[in-house]
Design a protein around this ligand. Sequence first.
Ligand code: ACO
Length: 330
Amino acid sequence: MAIQSKISGTGFYVPEKILTNENLSKMVDTSDEWIFQRVGIKKRHISADNEVTSDLAANAAKAALKNAGISSKDIDLIIVATFTPDKLMPSTATQVQRKINAKKAAAFDISAACSGFVYGLTMADQFIKSGFYQNILVIGSEVLSRFLDWQDRNTCVLFGDGAGAVVLSANHADNGPGIKYATLGADGFVAPEWLEIPAGGSAMPASKESVEQKLHFAAMNGKEIYKFGVQIIPKTINKLLDKNGYTIKDIDLIIPHQANVRIVEAAAKRLGIPKEKFFMNIDKYANTSAATIPIALDEAVQQNKIKKGDKIIFIGFGGGLTWGAVLYEW
Ligand code: ACO
């Protein structure tokens, strides 16, 4: 009998503090109208001073475990996708292990920016289908607020903090719910400046100058990333449909990375489908990078937008450049 990688639980967590567009307009030269019209965001959540990425991740993980009805002691592996880890070392995943008391779990982080959750889910699928592990926590968690220049209106209005998680479990069955197909891609040949945190790594260790020049904050070329997003969503979805002999009509819901509502609208137009086929919640949480897809998934589940047998596509894209999509049957 085959093994299906089934999502047995979903959960998310966002910090209590809310920062609205109106609040932001008192910090930088911007307006609610500009942010909402250009990006589709109304507000975002910001971590408390004592909250770190592994705290958000652990809270999302606890919610997913509760939803799955399994104990943290049954988790074999914790994968945390993040580019805003607690520390460069040790991994954020090991701190989640401690905070949820998942004693037997292995744990590691992956770095694929906003595609991190789709990369993590695909990796977990391989561990499960090979029979190596039974239950894996895949978490996207970001405290982006600590990596933003709050005086730079080009970036600070776009992002928020949050975490989303799924429990992926082995289901011994020839068909039924599970991951049916996955595709990943990367293009490290384009300019890294399109989306990067220039300093803090081996290329530019922290120095007085790097701090003064604000090189530890996220920097991006918004126009290039916009163009990339608009073309990579339809291209990747069409590849996934072709490989599985489906048309877009066979798909019930698409849960995309939430970077900009206009990117998704333009992609929907190119695919010839109504934008309502995409589940969006960027208005409430902004772009939480690796966390956007699992947060949106849990909200879609809670809002009864997904029913048994539905075919769903998760699609991520981001820094690297990286992208990926997963076809899931609910
Ligand atoms: N408030 C008010 N005005 C602003 C703001 C702001 N927050 N930011 C920029 N502007 C101004 C600019 O200065 C410019 O003014 P000017 O015409 O006087 O020079 C004007 O608005 C237009 O700026 P553009 O950069 O041309 O605006 P654009 O329509 O390209 O939108 C945006 C910018 C929203 C960043 C868009 O390029 C975008 O969404 N890009 C994708 C980036 C993204 O999603 N990044 C997320 C991380 S990547 C990821 O998740 C995959």
